[in-house]
Design a protein around this ligand. Structure first.
Ligand SMILES: Cc1cc2nc3c(=O)[nH]c(=O)nc-3n(C[C@H](O)[C@H](O)[C@H](O)COP(=O)(O)OP(=O)(O)OC[C@H]3O[C@@H](n4cnc5c(N)ncnc54)[C@H](O)[C@@H]3O)c2cc1C
Length: 392
């Protein structure tokens, strides 16, 4: 017999799990949110998080609906108004511009810890979300009528539906026996923040180069955040450089586009994988966020896909009619609604990664030609922009 029973138990209060818990407020469903570690407190200085996200307008809308987006300090958000993408022949270039596409912005840049802190504050204040934190899972039993969870401290809870929002190495996913295909890119995503000599004018830059994909993402003021996806050996070399040497290396790799750089947040690195579970649901279990898909960060879409999952699962649960929230057929609606977008993103990011991570001369010609051709066709560019913005 469990200590407490719920309709929905969400394991993992990262950005995605937290957003689902908030989206279920006021629906009449009782929700448990289990998180091993609380988010770290916001620093008192004006430093910048080296984990930043390109948030699509669709995701910003979703967060707005949760009352989260409006709480972000405006001075810590940057709008991406243009993008410039460069091939590896020194000539090929693809430009996107919000103004030409009739849009206010292509995306926003926001810091992970600021978003997480606001979501956390809202969860703590939500009367219909019961927080188990620190709450580490020890055992999961999926039975006919409920999923039963035991925490390491001995507490037990049961729920009609258990949601895995516990990241790429999802414990819930493996306990539920859902297999996932895991492709190790043998790359690390190196992130760091810099001030720039020249203003970025809200432009994001991306270079596809033989040594990896480098992105300059605009932060407020003359600041940028980089994501440089490179082989592990090069990543380790970059992490060991002195600040001055790293600045020079990043500035040169970015063709001195924004002039001289100065390091403001130390670099960190994250292993890059493509993780594709065989299924997103089974009776009493649903996967969301990185537990449901991990994609290469070159398109900056991982958390956006995750917010899309949270929004869709909340909608399906709210429109369940008389069905049980853990009913397999009901959950298949969620899976059907998400499959295509997740698959398309996995194929696109994996394909682009592979296309540029290949020295074959014919491929080199084709990929650079592809960029230049796309640049000439406004309609195709508008379709690509629409895809990247999210649906709403
Ligand atoms: C270098 C890099 C750059 C990126 N840039 C972008 C970008 O610009 N835009 C974008 O959209 N995406 C980006 N991403 C992807 C993004 O980081 C992820 O998609 C996102 O963080 C996934 O969020 P999540 O909430 O699903 O998982 P996580 O952030 O991994 O959260 C999982 C949570 O579950 C908790 N947990 C885990 N196991 C347990 C357990 N057993 N019990 C209890 N709690 C548990 C963890 O403590 C954690 O809080 C980037 C990724 C990388 C590596």
């Amino acid at each position: 017999m469990s200590d407490q029973t719920f309709d929905v138990a969400i394991v993992g209060a990262g950005l995605v799990g937290s957003s689902l818990a908030l989206a279920l407020r006021g629906t009449g469903l009782s929700v448990a949110l289990i998180e091993a570690r609380p988010p770290p407190a916001l620093p008192h200085d004006a430093s910048w998080d080296n984990r930043i996200y390109a948030i699509s307008p669709g995701s910003a809308n979703f967060l707005e609906g949760l009352g989260t987006w409006g709480e972000l300090p405006a001075e810590r958000i940057e709008r991406i108004e243009a993008m410039a993408i460069f091939g590896d022949d020194g000539l090929a270039r693809l430009d996107f511009n919000a103004y030409e596409a009739g849009l206010g912005e292509l995306a926003y840049i926001a810091e992970s810890r600021e978003l997480q802190a606001i979501l956390w504050r809202q969860i703590v204040a939500a009367s219909d979300v019961t927080l188990f934190c620190p709450g580490e899972c020890a055992a999961l039993e999926i039975a006919d009528k409920a999923a039963n969870l035991t925490l390491r401290d001995g507490r037990t809870l049961s729920a009609k539906l258990i949601v895995a929002a516990d990241g790429a190495r999802s414990w819930v996913r493996s306990q539920a026996g859902i297999e996932a295909h895991d492709k190790d890119y043998r790359q690390l995503g190196v992130v760091a923040n810099f001030t720039t000599e020249h203003p970025h004018h809200g432009t994001a830059y991306q270079w596809f180069q033989p040594e990896g994909v480098l992105a300059y993402l605009p932060l407020p003021g003359n600041r940028i955040s980089i994501v440089w996806s490179v082989q592990q050996a090069l990543a380790n070399e970059l992490l060991q450089l002195s600040p001055a040497a790293l600045c020079e290396r990043v500035a040169l790799a970015g063709k001195m586009q924004l002039g001289v750089l100065e390091l403001i947040t130390s670099p960190a690195a994250f292993p890059l994988h493509l993780i594709e579970p065989r299924q997103l649901v089974k009776p009493r279990v649903a996967l969301i966020g990185d537990a449901a898909h991990q994609v290469h960060p070159l398109a900056g879409q991982g958390v956006n896909l995750g917010f899309g999952d949270a929004r869709e699962l909340a909608t399906v649960l709210m429109n369940r009619g008389a069905r049980d929230v853990g009913d397999g057929l009901l959950l298949r609606r969620y899976e059907r609604a998400r499959r295509e977008e997740i698959f398309a993103m996995a194929v696109a990011t994996d394909g682009l990664q592979g296309l540029f991570n290949n020295a074959q001369p014919l491929l080199a010609w084709a990929r650079n030609m592809g960029l230049s051709m796309t640049n000439r066709f406004t309609w195709i560019k508008h379709q690509l922009v629409k895809q990247a913005l999210g649906n709403h």
